[in-house]
Design a protein around this ligand. Structure first.
Ligand SMILES: Cc1cc2nc3c(=O)[nH]c(=O)nc-3n(C[C@H](O)[C@H](O)[C@H](O)COP(=O)(O)O)c2cc1C
Length: 186
């Protein structure tokens, strides 16, 4: 059966760099026969976690917003890809809101996303991973998915600031394509 891959794009720029790389990843994954679904989480109404803790009692998040559409897709997917621009030295707020809402998937046996495969795409304006804050995003996502028990299969990150810059970097684009292929196989 083909792999189910869910791609979450958090950039507000439809033609931006993280989306361009995510589209490359999708191309690589589809070439290998994966079944891919993409969501632009910036265009969805996804509220921050309000720490009501109801989910810790019932297993269900009571915040009635678009995250209710995302939860079943996350649970169905074999692999999840998060593509985010770096904003103020880490992932953007749209991406962080989704991550905080994963709290509702915690169970006594661990997070229900445990065992899934993860791909990460990050783009930043600075020329350096550390100065850009990309390193903080990587650290946050590594800690998050280690805690959840999901396996990061690959992280593609690079400098690409203005719209169209990622497409001018064929090596970066290729790395995203290759990660898509790897996720489809893994
Ligand atoms: C609000 C805001 C904050 C940003 N903060 C950083 C930053 O801390 N470090 C950095 O290197 N680039 C920063 N950038 C540049 C973006 O990371 C860069 O343009 C990236 O390619 C945007 O991705 P996108 O094209 O997918 O939207 C920032 C851009 C915006 C709009």
């Amino acid at each position: 059966m083909s792999k189910q891959i869910l791609v979450l794009k958090s950039s507000p720029r439809e033609n931006g760099n993280s989306n361009a790389l995510a589209d490359q990843l999708v191309g690589g994954a589809k070439e290998m026969g994966a079944d891919v679904e993409c969501l632009s989480i910036h265009d969805m109404n996804i509220q921050p976690c309000d720490a009501c803790d109801v989910c810790q009692e019932t297993g269900v998040c009571i915040v009635k917003d678009d995250m209710q559409k995302v939860y079943p897709l996350l649970e169905k997917a074999d692999a999840i890809v998060l593509a985010s621009p770096i904003y103020y030295f880490t992932i953007n707020a749209q991406a962080k809101a989704v991550i905080d809402r994963l709290y509702a998937l915690e169970t006594e046996q661990g997070n229900s996303l445990g065992g899934k495969e993860i791909g990460i795409i990050l783009t930043y304006g600075d020329t350096d991973l550390h100065n850009s804050g990309g390193i903080n995003a990587i650290r946050t996502l590594e800690d998050t998915f280690r805690y959840i028990g999901a396996k990061i299969v690959g992280i593609v990150h690079g400098t690409a600031d203005g719209v169209g810059d990622a497409e001018k970097d064929p090596e970066l684009m290729k790395r995203a394509f290759n990660l898509g292929q790897k996720l489809a196989e893994a």
